[in-house]
Design a protein around this ligand. Structure first.
Ligand SMILES: Cc1cc2nc3c(=O)[nH]c(=O)nc-3n(C[C@H](O)[C@H](O)[C@H](O)COP(=O)(O)OP(=O)(O)OC[C@H]3O[C@@H](n4cnc5c(N)ncnc54)[C@H](O)[C@@H]3O)c2cc1C
Length: 356
């Protein structure tokens, strides 16, 4: 435990690890309760599993929506959360957690649930200070599934890409897209206006992507090779110049001229370093109490990552868990603030309870 002047840092009231549906709703709720809030997510986009795994699927069991595309639900959740302008840190994987000191400058008494602590969270990209923490890390940090062909590592970010950050990288290039899901098809469509050529290979002949996107791609000059897998990368004069592709049905081989390979074959997820934090971990999930509180004062968990007796891993129940966690975090920070926030529909009319 280190003792630093936390007041000198930017200490948030609530930091949420995970910008999935539950983390997003928690951010809205925390904003409504006037908490300075930050969301950290290792992905480059908000939305968690909905964005990373099934943006084009309909969800039928979110209250108020007879059916809603995952992508559209995320859009609404982001719009709702952004009303209170939380700070958003994307592309950051949270690694370590440390107690710095009691927020009021006193000694640390981790055993007392009423103490407000300052926690230092270190990610691969920076340091974050917070008085309370809500872990909404779902199934864990997502990382793209990587190619296993020889030499793929060597070309990473310099010929082999697991994300498209700047379209300019692909300008006037022969591009090979690997994958058959939404991300592969969407990026193949999105890159049309800059590439010299684009070939898409998919190991099956059925696409997981949305039918409409596949139709749109079929109408472009993209060369689509089904039942094909990448077998090797070809180098010439220190540059990636080609790719060997094999048809997994006929075993026929093809050599393609390729400058850049974009790989969109899904994600792996792992709770990673959070598993080693001093929390009660039960079969990969964080055990919480009735207030969604963990072993550590001021640290809560909600959504897929949290477990308790009777737990259901659903978006609908995760929203409720987020509201419970945020209201108790608020009460912990300010014992005068009621746990029950009142009804949002009445917020415009009720007394704020603030006396000046
Ligand atoms: C194909 C599919 C269909 C589904 N359909 C439905 C459905 O119809 N109805 C339903 O209710 N549920 C459905 N689910 C389940 C639903 O998606 C999850 O219950 C929901 O996403 C959980 O939300 P969450 O916010 O808890 O976690 P997630 O959505 O998993 O978000 C967690 C976020 O935390 C981030 N993260 C994790 N670890 C770290 C770290 N160390 N540092 C930084 N960021 C981190 C991740 O990148 C991720 O963005 C479906 C799931 C799948 C896979």
């Amino acid at each position: 435990m280190s003792h630093v002047d936390a007041a000198a840092g930017d200490v948030f009231d609530l930091t949420i690890i995970g910008g999935g549906p539950v983390g997003l709703f928690a951010a809205y709720y925390a904003g409504m309760r006037h908490m300075r809030t930050k969301i950290i997510d290792c992905l480059e986009e908000l939305g968690g599993q909905l964005t990373a795994l099934y943006p084009e699927k309909y969800i039928f069991d979110v209250p108020g929506f007879p059916k809603v595309l995952a992508r559209d639900l995320v859009k609404s959740l982001v719009e709702q959360a952004m009303q209170y302008s939380p700070t958003i840190a994307l592309g950051e994987t949270v690694q370590t957690l440390e107690v710095i000191q009691k927020a009021d400058g006193g000694a640390v008494h981790p055993s007392s649930a009423t103490d407000v602590m300052v926690y230092k969270i270190v990610s691969n990209a920076g340091v974050h200070l917070t008085k309370t923490l809500l872990i909404c890390a779902g199934a864990g940090a997502f990382s793209p599934k990587k190619l296993t062909v020889p030499g793929a590592e060597k070309w990473e970010n310099n010929g082999v890409h697991y994300a498209v950050r700047k379209k300019a990288v692909f300008a006037d290039k022969d591009v090979l897209m690997v994958g058959g899901g939404d991300s592969a098809i969407d990026w193949a469509l999105n890159l049309q206006d800059v590439v010299r050529s684009i070939t898409l290979i998919h190991r099956r002949n059925v696409f997981r992507a949305h039918e409409d996107s596949v139709r749109k791609l079929l109408a472009t000059p993209t060369k689509i090779m089904t039942f094909c897998e990448l077998e090797g990368l070809i180098e010439k004069d220190g540059r990636l110049v080609g790719a060997d592709v094999i048809n997994n049905q006929t075993k026929e081989k093809h050599r393609l001229n390729v400058d850049e390979v974009v790989v969109q074959i899904g994600f792996n997820s792992s709770l990673g370093p959070i598993k080693h934090w001093p929390l009660e971990i039960e079969r990969g999930s964080i055990r919480v109490g009735q207030h969604m509180e963990t072993e550590l004062p001021g640290i809560f968990a909600a959504g897929d990552v949290a477990t308790f007796d009777g737990k259901l891993r659903l978006i609908a129940t995760g929203f409720g868990e987020a509201a419970v966690a945020v209201n108790y975090a608020k009460h912990l920070l300010d014992p005068h603030a009621k746990v029950f926030p009142g009804h949002s529909s009445e917020l415009g009319h009720q007394s704020s309870g603030v006396t000046i």
